[in-house]
Design a protein around this ligand. Structure first.
Ligand SMILES: NC(=O)c1ccc[n+]([C@@H]2O[C@H](COP(=O)([O-])OP(=O)(O)OC[C@H]3O[C@@H](n4cnc5c(N)ncnc54)[C@H](OP(=O)(O)O)[C@@H]3O)[C@@H](O)[C@H]2O)c1
Length: 262
């Protein structure tokens, strides 16, 4: 931090800002110097470097938020069975695979990139499914009970096929809409299988909750292999990386490093 008009912060503090209006109505997501309200700012917790915090970024944080909510509200634990992750090679998905695997879960990763199967296994997935395989049975009211939990980053038909494949009482955390914001749903999995659909928002989630979760990511949820997901970017290579993201070709996390910080 270069300067602060808020009494709780001082020049030289190391801090993390994600969500709220940053990068949306308030420019600065890629800025070299930005000014933000103090109410958006989390002090960097000990145990998490600034680089690791941004290697996680909003996507990694959101993956952790999904796992946190699945465990706290869905009662999920590794003993209950496999956990499905969709959009697995993406920013949220790849961190979800790594975190769940590190926590002892059996992870089934869904991807549209068949050539990334071994990469996903390297992150800790025990099985890799194609999007087409998860989309099978879309017309059926229910599918075989397979997963104790799911992290869905894509929405649409895949989200609801995952809901229909949850074991009795299982939960799915929905955070994304890469495929579609619409869900072709019936109430049947909810009233016959007691399953839960959990909503995930990292943007307006209260600062106190953000501090709590960054604290977990600095301690018991620290990811020693996080750097394997990182592609370093500069302002010069950013535009190309954004094109690859829009074309669905990006894998893992792009980390923008400003020359002053390099
Ligand atoms: N709720 C929140 O607070 C929050 C926070 C962060 C992100 N998000 C949302 O979460 C989603 C994922 O974000 P991200 O940062 O992980 O994005 P990303 O890095 O672009 O990854 C998205 C992944 O989705 C898969 N995919 C792409 N097109 C698809 C399609 N048509 N159908 C099914 N899968 C497709 C791809 O993985 P595979 O090739 O491996 O299938 C892709 O790598 C986005 O919708 C984003 O807006 C929400």
């Amino acid at each position: 931090m270069l300067e602060s008009a808020a009494p709780e912060f001082s020049a030289g503090d190391e801090v993390i800002v994600i969500g709220f209006d940053l990068g949306m109505g308030t420019a600065g997501g890629f800025g070299e110097r930005i000014r933000v309200p103090a109410g958006w700012v989390v002090p960097r917790p000990e145990g998490l470097s600034l680089r690791a915090s941004m290697a996680l970024g909003t996507a990694g944080f959101t993956a952790a938020e999904c796992v946190d909510k699945l465990e706290r509200m869905g009662g999920l634990s590794p003993a209950q069975g496999p956990v499905l992750v969709t959009g697995a090679t993406g920013g949220v998905g790849s961190v979800a695979v790594m975190l769940l695997s590190q926590l002892g879960y059996e992870v089934v990763a869904v991807t549209g990139k068949a050539e990334k199967g071994e990469w996903l296994k390297g992150l800790g997935a025990s099985e890799v499914l194609s999007r087409e395989a998860l989309a099978e049975g879309a017309g059926k009211p229910l599918l075989a009970e397979r997963y104790a939990g799911a992290v869905d980053t894509v929405g649409g038909e895949l989200l609801f096929n995952a809901v229909k494949s949850l074991r009795y009482g299982g939960s799915l955390a929905a955070c994304g809409l890469v495929a579609s914001p619409a869900i072709p749903a019936t109430v049947l999995p909810f009233i016959l299988r007691h399953v839960n659909l959990l909503g995930i928002d990292s943007v307006q989630w209260p600062l106190a909750e953000k501090k709590r979760l960054w604290g977990r990511l600095a301690k018991e949820w620290q990811l020693p292999a996080l750097e394997t997901l990182v592609e370093p970017l500069s302002l010069e290579t950013l535009s190309d990386a954004l094109d690859r993201i829009l074309a669905g070709e990006m894998v893992g996390r792009g980390l923008l490093i400003h020359s002053a910080a390099a």
